[in-house]
Design a protein around this ligand. Structure first.
Ligand code: PRP
Length: 176
């Protein structure tokens, strides 16, 4: 397999570790002793989710939802669909969505609309990556790791046609 992606490291593993640790401490402090359910959005969030929940030193419920809008393509299809819904009852619990990236914001909108129907005490999102183009007034992202430009990114859970999710870092990817 070619390793061209290794030449284009955008965010080092050590930067991610530091960011996740800091975010975990902030989340723990913000929610205090209130009931908290953390819902990871699969598949892209699986590594960030695993690291982030271990950086939050308190009890919490963990669940997952799987949605898809990209398929095997680099352009969003514009249609977000649920592949697997979360199961934990969240009425009156605070809910924190965990996302690898807020890109166009379509998935953000879908998740907020979907989870709000279950009447959580509050609903926020932690995203490792946020595109600079996202209107953060319209789509408030309480916990955001890194702002990125237009580059197609892979690694630390993010894929290109299903590959590269297992990289420890975030890389800019361009098919050659
Ligand atoms: C990716 C990513 C986010 C979403 C963000 O999911 O994990 O959920 O796109 O894009 P948006 O802001 O434009 O909606 P994808 O549909 O690629 O599925 P995956 O997580 O299984 O890779």
């Amino acid at each position: 397999m070619k390793n061209e992606y290794l030449q284009s490291v955008l965010i080092e593993s050590s930067q991610i570790d530091e960011c996740v640790r800091e975010m975990g401490r902030t989340i723990a402090s913000d929610y205090g002793d209130e009931p908290l359910t953390v819902i990871g959005c699969l598949k892209g969030s699986f590594i960030f989710m695993a690291d982030l929940v271990r950086a939050i030193p308190r009890t919490l419920h963990i669940d997952f939802i799987e949605v898809s809008s990209y398929g095997d393509f680099t352009e969003s299809t514009g249609n977000v669909r649920i592949v697997k819904d979360f199961k934990h009852p969240v009425k009156d619990s605070h809910v924190l969505i965990v996302e690898d990236i807020v890109d166009t914001g379509l998935t953000f909108d879908f998740l907020f609309d979907h989870i709000r129907l279950k009447q959580p005490a509050s609903l926020e999102i932690a995203a490792l990556l946020v595109r600079k183009s996202v209107d953060r007034k319209k789509r408030p992202i309480k916990y955001a790791g890194f702002e990125i430009g237009e580059e197609f990114v892979v690694g630390y859970g993010l894929d290109a046609a299903g590959l590269y999710r297992n990289l420890n870092h975030i890389a800019a990817y361009s098919p050659t």
